[in-house]
Design a protein around this ligand. Structure first.
Ligand SMILES: *Cc1c(COP(=O)(O)O)cnc(C)c1O
Length: 369
C-alpha cells in the first residue's frame, strides 16, 4: 500500500499534467508579443459566452475586481446595502465595500447556502441588491431568491466564483441576475497559472461599462470617458484558459465521479453530514469543493494530517461575521455559527486518483471506528 501524502490541492500538478502544451502556449504568446488585451482575451470571452449561453463575458484580472466593477456599473452608492451570506470569502464583502456600499450579512439554510428567510429579515429601504454565493459548485435555490428580488425590486448579483458550469434547473450559475462573476484562481475548477476572473451578463450597458472600467475608463475608440482602473486579464492567462476551457466539461465529470466515490464510501459514517451526491435533479453540482460537517472536526483534521492527508476549513474557519472590525453587524447567525464548528473540506481536484480517494475515505472511517 502506498503511503505518499495526499495534498489538499496539488499546485505543481496544474502545470505538470499539461506541461508540453502549456510551454507551447507560452512560446506562442511570447513570440507574438501578445501580452495585454490581445486576441486571446477576446477568444476566451467568446468561449465563456458560448459555454454559458450568455450575451456578454468580460475577462478581468480576478473575481474580486469583477464584483467591484460590476457593482460600480450598477451605480451602487454610499448608503446602499447589499445582502450576502456570512459563509463566503472576505472578497465578496470587500467588493461591496470598495464599490461604496454596505455589506449586510444573512444566515445559511439547511443547504449551507444563502437562506431566503434570513434574506427577508435583513431587507430595509436601503437594500439595493442581494448577492447569492454559489459555494462549492452548487447553485442556491434561485426560484425563492428571484421571487424575493422581484417582490422588493432588488438586483441579484451572483458571486459564482466557485461555480462555473453548475446549474439550477438547467440554468448556469452566474446567469440568474444582473451579472455573475467567476474566478480562475489556480485552485478553482477552471484554474489558470495565476490570477484571472470574468464577469458575465445579459445586460448590454453593464458589459459596456465593465469593459471600460477594466481598462482605465477607455471607450473602444481609446478615449477616456469614465473613471476606470486596471483590472485586465493577462493575455497569457487568457491563452491558457482558452486551452483549458476546451476540456472543462470532462473536468466536471471527473469531479462528480470523485464526489460519488466519497459519497458511497462515507455515507454510512453517522458522524458526518455529507453534501448531496451528484444527481439528475434540479441541482447540477460541479464540486469545486467537497465540504461536509464532521463531529469532532478538529481531531479528524489532525488525524488525517498525521496520515499525510491534507484538508482545509473554508475561509480559514472565519465566516464574515467573525471579522468584527471590518463587517460591523451585530446580527446573530446561528446556522453559520454551528456549521463553522463542524465544517471541513476533503481533497477535491482532478489530480486525485481513485486510489487516493479510497485512502482518504478509509482514513476517515478508521478515525470514527
Ligand atoms: C475565490 C473566490 C473569490 C475571489 O476570487 P479571486 O479571483 O481570487 O478574486 C470570491 N468569492 C468566492 C466565493 C471565492 O471562492
Amino acid at each position: 500500500m502506498t503511503t505518499s501524502p495526499i495534498p489538499f490541492f496539488n499546485y505543481p500538478a496544474l502545470f505538470l499534467q499539461d506541461e508540453e502544451k502549456l510551454v507551447e502556449i507560452f512560446r506562442d504568446v511570447g513570440r507574438r508579443g501578445a501580452y495585454i488585451l490581445q486576441r486571446d482575451v477576446a477568444e476566451f470571452e467568446d468561449a465563456l459566452k458560448e459555454f454559458l449561453s450568455v450575451k456578454h463575458a468580460v475577462a478581468v484580472s480576478d473575481a474580486t475586481n469583477a464584483l467591484i466593477l460590476g457593482l460600480r456599473a450598477l451605480e451602487v452608492k454610499a448608503g446602499d446595502e447589499i445582502i450576502l451570506p456570512s459563509h463566503t470569502f472576505i472578497a465578496s464583502a470587500s467588493a461591496i465595500y470598495f464599490a461604496g456600499a454596505k455589506p449586510v450579512l444573512c444566515d445559511i439554510g439547511p443547504d449551507n447556502l444563502m437562506d431566503p428567510e434570513s434574506v427577508l429579515s435583513r431587507i430595509t429601504s436601503n437594500t439595493k441588491a442581494i448577492m447569492p454565493v454559489q459555494l462549492n459548485g452548487r447553485v442556491c435555490n434561485m426560484d425563492k431568491l428571484q421571487e424575493i428580488a422581484s417582490a422588493h425590486q432588488l438586483h441579484i448579483v451572483e458571486d459564482s466564483a466557485q461555480a462555473l458550469g453548475a446549474k439550477f434547473k438547467e440554468q448556469g450559475a452566474g446567469t440568474f441576475g444582473s451579472f455573475g462573476v467567476f474566478s480562475f484562481y489556480p485552485a478553482k475548477s477552471l484554474g489558470c497559472l495565476g490570477d484571472g476572473g470574468a464577469l458575465v451578463t445579459n445586460d448590454d450597458e453593464i458589459a459596456h461599462r465593465v469593459k471600460m472600467y477594466r481598462d482605465h475608463g477607455r471607450a473602444p475608440d481609446g478615449n477616456v470617458v469614465a473613471w476606470g482602473t486596471n483590472s485586465r486579464l493577462d493575455n497569457l492567462q487568457a491563452a491558457i484558459l482558452n486551452h483549458k476551457i476546451k476540456t472543462f466539461r470532462d473536468e466536471i465529470v471527473r469531479r462528480r465521479a470523485i464526489a460519488s466515490q466519497y459519497h458511497n464510501m462515507l455515507v454510512n459514517v453517522k458522524e458526518l453530514k455529507l453534501p448531496p451526491q451528484p444527481s439528475d435533479g434540479p441541482h447540477f453540482d460541479t464540486f469545486q469543493n467537497y465540504e461536509m460537517a464532521a463531529e469532532n472536526r478538529d481531531a479528524l483534521k489532525h488525524y488525517l494530517k498525521e496520515k499525510g492527508i491534507g484538508t482545509a476549513i473554508q475561509w480559514g474557519g472565519m465566516p464574515l461575521h467573525h471579522f468584527k472590525e471590518l463587517v460591523c453587524d451585530s446580527v446573530l447567525l446561528p446556522a453559520t455559527e454551528k456549521f463553522f464548528k463542524e465544517c471541513i473540506m476533503l481533497p477535491m481536484n482532478t489530480a486525485l486518483s481513485n486510489d487516493q480517494v479510497t485512502r482518504v475515505c478509509e482514513a476517515v472511517r478508521r478515525f470514527y471506528q
